[in-house]
Design a protein around this ligand. Structure first.
Ligand SMILES: Cc1cc2nc3c(=O)[nH]c(=O)nc-3n(C[C@H](O)[C@H](O)[C@H](O)COP(=O)(O)O)c2cc1C
Length: 189
């Protein structure tokens, strides 16, 4: 049982770091909410426990990008059902298209992952069931040359967290704590 605020904060930060590092972690695919009230699942690519910053990848043409540009408020919600830990976060988001972080993320992706950015813009209507990919790119790994148009659609969503609400469900008594960078408080679950 976690008994100190320091231990609760460390637990939250460790789970988020593990969520980014381990694709099997329950926290690898949190729900990300935007100021328009919409939410979606995104892959947590990186978490920096010192900065409280998260990195996600996205398509610059997806509707959330315009929403974040107009209002950077972001909510992130992660739940580990086995550990019975919920982490509920608020922060500010920024879309980063260029620069060293975006370049290295693009360079680290394989051509299957890059292929997504060749597809029609997320949310484009279609008369038929579709992946959005051009027909020639279905079921294959495109060459570097074939991916020439993809990079311009790729961006980083960087989220800097301002508030972390940590909740652990336990028979002995649930525990809940809220953290900002400066403040830590127990609260009733
Ligand atoms: C398991 C899973 C992982 C996903 N990962 C991402 C992701 O990393 N980035 C992303 O932009 N969308 C991801 N999506 C798709 C989003 O949930 C969403 O449908 C898409 O981004 C549409 O854009 P919008 O939210 O701007 O409408 C994922 C969906 C699922 C089911």
């Amino acid at each position: 049982m976690i008994q100190t605020l320091e231990a609760a904060r460390a637990d939250a930060l460790e789970r988020l770091a593990e969520g980014a590092a381990n694709r099997r972690s329950a926290m690898h695919v949190p729900a990300v909410g935007t100021a328009d009230g919409d939410m979606r699942i995104m892959v947590l690519r990186a978490f920096d426990p010192a900065e409280w910053s998260m990195r996600f990848h996205t398509d610059v043409r997806s509707p959330k990008v315009a929403v974040i540009a107009a209002d950077p408020a972001i909510h992130v919600l992660a739940y580990d059902a086995e550990a019975k830990v919920q982490i509920r976060m608020r922060g500010r988001g920024e879309i980063v298209r260029n620069g060293p972080v975006a370049e290295s993320a693009w360079n680290a992706a394989d051509n299957y992952a890059r292929r997504c950015y060749l597809a029609d813009a997320p949310g484009s209507p279609s008369d038929v069931p579709t992946s959005g990919l051009p027909e020639w790119a279905e079921g294959m790994k495109p060459s570097d040359d074939a991916l020439a148009g993809a990079r311009q659609n790729f961006a980083i969503l960087r989220v800097v967290l301002e508030r972390i609400d940590w909740f652990m469900l336990a028979h002995e008594g649930h525990r809940r704590a809220v953290f900002t960078r400066e403040i830590a408080n127990w609260i009733a679950p």
